[in-house]
Design a protein around this ligand. Structure first.
Ligand SMILES: Nc1nc2c(c(=O)[nH]1)N=C([C@H](O)[C@H](O)COP(=O)(O)OP(=O)(O)OP(=O)(O)O)CN2
Ligand SMILES: [Zn+2]
Length: 118
């Protein structure tokens, strides 16, 4: 069984390694959406793979580090592409949520990166 919980945050960023002519080279903002996917068996008593409240509690400190910040200033996010944000979240969330199977980071409703540890 797979469960998914979604979160949103607002943040600014610029992409330092695209050409100066690329519009993402300039500072701008996104309303990001993060989806945490967890795969595992359904507990026969609770009916949960993992309680959504526990997922929320595990992710809350990271969300607080991202929301309304300039991502380039966060250690490990100096080049804050959607791909790097997804990997950054995975690395810090997987130890707390062992059933985590993928992290999707949406920059817009139509563009996202999804990381499953590979
Ligand atoms: N593979 C990736 N490509 C791009 C990334 C990325 O993280 N990974 N990021 C960007 C920029 O962040 C850019 O800001 C993307 O957002 P935006 O320009 O707003 O997206 P759209 O072109 O879809 O928006 P419209 O203004 O509606 O056209 C670029 N590439
Ligand atoms: Zn952008």
């Amino acid at each position: 069984m797979r469960i998914t919980q979604a979160f949103t945050f607002e943040a600014a960023h610029r992409l330092p390694h695209v050409p100066a002519t690329h519009r993402c080279h300039r500072m701008h903002g996104h309303s990001y959406r993060v989806e945490l996917r967890l795969d595992g068996p359904v507990d026969p008593v609770t009916g949960f793979v993992v309680d959504f409240f526990d997922v929320e509690a595990a992710f809350a400190p990271l969300l607080a580090r991202l929301d309304h910040y300039c991502l380039n200033e966060i250690e490990g996010l100096e080049n804050p592409t959607a791909e790097h944000i997804a990997m950054w979240i995975w690395t810090r969330t997987k130890p707390m949520l062992p059933l985590l199977s993928a992290v999707a980071v949406y920059e817009t409703p139509l563009c996202w990166a999804e990381y499953d540890g590979h």
